[in-house]
Design a protein around this ligand. Structure first.
Ligand SMILES: Nc1ncnc2c1ncn2[C@@H]1O[C@H](COP(=O)(O)OP(=O)(O)OP(=O)(O)O)[C@@H](O)[C@H]1O
Length: 266
């Protein structure tokens, strides 16, 4: 039986005169790999900001593992077991891969744990290095990593904090084909023992690795379902294709959904 790990109920976020999130109800069950999609400005990042305590909801509730967490600060939410990556990198470039992961592992435990930090590779850090394929690069300064390796380092830093829920913001943006494949495999593997929510624009990646998808539009949940179901939904096509007809420029394929007829799985 599945249990909701994360529940949002009636969440609204208003910035001045602008309503970025307009009454969202959303449930993510323990063990899910959920993709969150939607055109630019749909409210995806704001939603993640609300869950992670970066933005306080104007109204509504957020419950994690049965506890209300809306209104808690970011550090407390990390300690409760929610971790996120950002669109922009947060690694310390001059520190090695190992040092970055080690710092992240101690961050959740608080300032005293950081001060008492021992030299060497703890079992947690060693396990994360192996899992993310970064073990051979443990001694390399983070500043020397490729774009893909840096993204894996950020995922490794999250894993080192031992979260139950990971929120990943566009993990394959800017990656090569090979790096995307490796990231897809890594996400699938991480989802075997974590709950994972991924914001992603890359539709090829979505078709390949997504199970359940929630589509946001103008601060609301437009629809939810499997990749095939949401691709076949005329409202989803309208939102994406309507938008791309109005604003897309040549080469801007980020938000283009392939129509259902082209969906091999459908
Ligand atoms: N601090 C803020 N103040 C005012 N408006 C904001 C603020 N943060 C976000 N917004 C607005 O809220 C809307 C939703 O933004 P959000 O970044 O959540 O969308 P998104 O779906 O993540 O888009 P993208 O795919 O472009 O990242 C946008 O119109 C954005 O301009």
């Amino acid at each position: 039986m599945t249990h909701p790990l994360l529940s949002l109920s009636g969440v609204r976020v208003v910035f001045g005169e602008f309503t970025a999130i307009d009454g969202i109800d959303l449930t993510v069950d323990e063990g899910e790999l959920r993709f969150l999609i939607g055109p630019n400005g749909a409210g995806k990042t704001t939603l993640v900001d609300v869950v992670t305590g970066r933005t306080r909801p104007t109204s509504g509730t957020v419950t994690f593992a049965g506890q209300p967490i809306h209104g808690r600060g970011e550090h407390r939410i990390v300690r409760a077991g929610i971790g996120r990556t950002f669109q922009t990198s947060v690694v310390f470039e001059e520190l090695t891969v190992l040092e970055n992961i080690d710092l992240a592992a101690h961050f959740r435990l608080g300032p005293l744990a950081l001060l008492r930090r021992r030299r060497g590779v703890t079992p947690t850090v060693g396990g994360v290095l192996e899992r993310t394929g970064l073990a051979p690069l443990a001694g390399a300064p983070a500043g020397t990593l490729s774009h893909g390796q840096r993204q894996w380092l950020e995922i490794a830093m999250l894993l080192a904090q031992g979260p139950r829920l990971l929120l990943l913001d566009e993990p394959v943006a800017g990656m090569s084909h090979t790096e995307r494949e490796r990231t897809g495999e890594l996400l699938t593997e991480i989802a075997a023992d974590h709950t994972v929510v991924v914001i992603e624009h890359d539709m090829e990646f979505l078709r390949r690795y997504a199970r359940d998808v929630t589509v946001l539009h103008e601060g609301r949940v437009l629809t939810e379902g499997t990749v095939s179901q949401v691709q076949a939904d005329p409202r989803v096509q309208e939102v994406y294709l309507g938008r791309s007809q109005r604003t897309a420029t040549v080469g801007d394929e980020r938000d283009t959904l392939v129509p259902a007829a082209n969906n091999e799985e459908g």
